[in-house]
Design a protein around this ligand. Sequence first.
Ligand code: SER
Length: 589
Amino acid sequence: MFSYELRTKFLNFFKQKDHKILPSFSLIPRDDPSVLLTTAGMQQFKGWFSGIETPKYLRVATCQKCVRTSDIEEVGDKTHLTFFEMLGNFSFGNYWKKEAITWSLEFLTKELKINRKRISATIFRGDKGVSRDNESYKILKNLNFDDDEIKERNRQDNFWGPTGSEGPCGPTVEFYVDEVEVWNLVFNEYYKTNPKSQILNSKQIQNSKFKIQKLRNKSLIPLKQKGVDTGMGLERVLAILNNKKSVYETDLFESLIFNLKSKILNLKSIRIICDHVKAAVFLISDGVVPLNIEQGYVLRRLIRRAIRHLYLLDIKKENILLELAKNVIEIYQKIYSELSQNKNKIFKELNKEQEKFGKTLGRGLREFEKIYKSLIINHQSLINGVAVFHLYDTYGFPLELTRELANEKNMKIDEAGFWQEFKRHQQISRAGMTKKFKGGLAEQNLKTTKLHTATHLLHQALRQILGNHIKQMGSNITSERLRFDFSHPKKLTFDEIKKVENLVNQKIKEKLKVDFSEMPYQKAIKEGAFAFFKEKYPEVVRVYNIGNFSKEICRGPHVKTTSELGHFKITKEESSSAGVRRIKAVIEQ
Ligand code: SER
C-alpha cells in the first residue's frame, strides 16, 4: 500500500463516522509557550480539550505533520523518526472509550485487513493518583481480547501527556501489531497545570465557563468535558502493511535513500540523513530558520547532524542537501502544497547552513580528534567544558553533536562545565553590548524616552496579536522613530498591523503606570519578564512594568505613565533578515 492510500483510507473511515476532516496544522504551535514544536495531532486542539476554547466540531480526524526530537538517538533503527505523520481521531466531549477502542480495532482489522491475532493492547494499571482503567479492560474483553493480549502498564507507559509542561492528559490504550506500537488512544480526563506556566493558572481553569470539576490535587484537575485523542504513526503502519522491516523501506523514504548513493554502507547514517533533511525541509517551510535558540536551534541541530553524517559517508557532492530536499518536496507536495510554495526559501536556508557548517566541520573534527588523543594518552575519558565550548564557539558544533562524537568513542562530556563557560563568555561580551545599547539611545531626551516606552507596548501588543513566538531581535531608537526587530515567519497583514496599533493606542489611553523594581535575573525570568535574548544581563536586573500589560527587563529610562505618549503609528513593516520582521513607528502628538 502507498502512503496516500493509507491517509485516504483513514480519513474516509472517520468521515463516515461523522468526523470533520481538518488539515494538518503548522509545525509551529499556536499560542503555546510550553512547547517548541508540534509533536502530536492533538496539539492544535489543546484549547478544545481543556475547555478553554469552544470546540468548533465535536468529532475531528486529521493527518498531522509532527517533529519530535526526544528519540533522536534512536533515529535510524526500524521505527524511530524525527519527522513523521500522525493519523488521529478526536472527540471533544462527544464519544468515549467504547467507540474509540471499537473503531480502532475495526479500522485495523476490517479496513487494513490486519489479522486480529497479530494485534495486542496495553492499558493503564493504575497507581496512587489515578485508578486502573477498568472500563477499557472490559471493552477489550468484550472485543474478544484474551488476558494475555492485554498488558497492564504503569504511568510512564500508559498515561499520556501533557505535551509540554501543561495541558490535557489521561490514561491510554495502546494497540500493537507484532509487538510494534502503532496506535495510542488517549482518554483525556485531566488537565495538568504548571504553576510557572503562562498558559493558564488553576483559577482560570476553574473559572472557565467549561467543565472543570473541583481541584483534586495541585497539578491534576479532572476535566468535566472528557476528550479522546488518538495518534497512529503513518510510517509504522505503512511498513507493517507492506511487510517491510522498517519505516525506511516505505514509499516515503525509498527514493530518498536511493538518491543518496553512498558507497559506504552505513545504514544508520543514511537513514539519519534522510530523516533529518526531511524534518528540516518541513520546518523551514513552516517558517523556522536556523538559529541558536528555540525552534531555530532544533533545526540547526538537525541540519548539522545530517551534514556530519554526510561527511562520515564521504559524500562530498556540493548540492546533495538540495537534491535531497527536492526529493522530499516531490514525495510530499501533493499532500502539503506549502512545500512547493516555499521551495526557494527551503533551498536558501539549507544552502546557507551547509556553507557555514561545511567550512568548519572538517577542522572541528580534527580538533576533536586532537582532544580525544590527548585524553587517551592521559587515560582520561571526560572532555572538559572549555574544550566543548571551544568546539561550539569556534567550529559551530552544537553541544549534542559533541556529545554524540564523545559517545561514539566511549567518552563523556562535562556539560555543566560547558554551561559555565558559556555564561562566562556571555559576561565578557556584556560590556560591549552595554555600549551598543547606550548607543541606541545616545540622544537621550523626552522624545526617545517616550519611544522607548512605546517599544515595550509594541512588543507586548505583537505577542498578544501574533502569538508568543514573538521575540525581540533588535531595537534602535532616535528622536524621530523607533525601530523594532522581532522573530516572525511572515509579513504582517494590514489587518494585523491595525490591530497592533490599536492595542498600543488603547494602552496609551488607559493611562497605565510605568514603574520598575530590581531583582535577580532568574527571578525576573520566572516572573515572566521578557528578556532580549541577545542581551547579556547582570545578576540583578531592573524589571519595568507597564500596568499589568507589559513586564520587561530593561535599564530604562521610561515615562511615568502611558498618557504622556500621544498617538502611536506604525509607519513601516518590512523584512529585516530571514525569519525576522522590522517595524518602524512614530508617536504623533
Ligand atoms: N497524543 C497522543 C500521542 O501523541 C495520541 O495522539 O501519542
